[in-house]
Design a protein around this ligand. Sequence first.
Ligand code: GLU
Length: 284
Amino acid sequence: MSDTPIFRFAPTPNGPLHLGHARSAILNFEAARATGGRFLLRIEDIDATRCRPEYEAAIFDDLAWLGLDWEQPVRRQSEHMADYAAALARLDQMGLVYPSFESRAEIRRAVEARPGWPRDPDGAPLFPFTRGAMSEAIRERRRAAGEPYALRLDMRAALDQAGQPLSWHEEGEGIIPADPAAWGDVVIARKEVPTSYHLAVVVDDALQGITHVVRGTDLRPSTSVHRLMQHLLGLPAPVYRHHTLVLDEQGRKLSKSLGAPSIAGLRVQGMAPEEVKRLAMNGI
Ligand code: GLU
């Protein structure tokens, strides 16, 4: 890993940036400055149905207006699908991946039939079927027939292969035990997108030599899955720092659907960049 700290801000261009994004971007930028490190911007646009070029352009505008600058070229995930396919092929060769044909409705019905079924840290029910519930022969036949499928990580087999408890270094706290099993058989390539957030993020952090991941605390539980993938793929583990979220006046996480003001909206209202930065860092 590089001696020079390398930080990144990795937004998804599926809507306007709000103060929570600004907090992440500023913390990364300032940490890079303070440590003589590098600051990269990565556009996480694997989901072509939700990401739009105009949101990407707005990200560049908003960050520049806040006074941040970043290295070129910007890595755009949609241009690197071959890298994610190679990582997926490796997990497949290790026997850790299987196709899952179940629809959302089938999954919902199975979960409804099992009261108290566990949920993942994001609140979604764990995948209620097991790899063994469908024979390999049937999976292959359905795959050959062209039925759409997602690829899932066989969590039990993955943990067996990892063969040791995993953890990460959380800056300011120390060693945090990882709990990937809390996520069950996570999707690592979607029906419509041949990768997933969990897969692309670890591949890119490694390819870009990221030494420090600074992001919102809402992503902290995902770090467990990321550590497992890094371990299985032989990728280095960055140091992590999960920062508090910017909350609205009701104490809720900012979101577009709850009417969080966008950076661009605040700018149009006449707010100065320093004031927006202050709100992003200190809260509303
Ligand atoms: N693209 C993710 C998001 O916008 C952030 C990923 C990360 O920082 O790991 O929520």
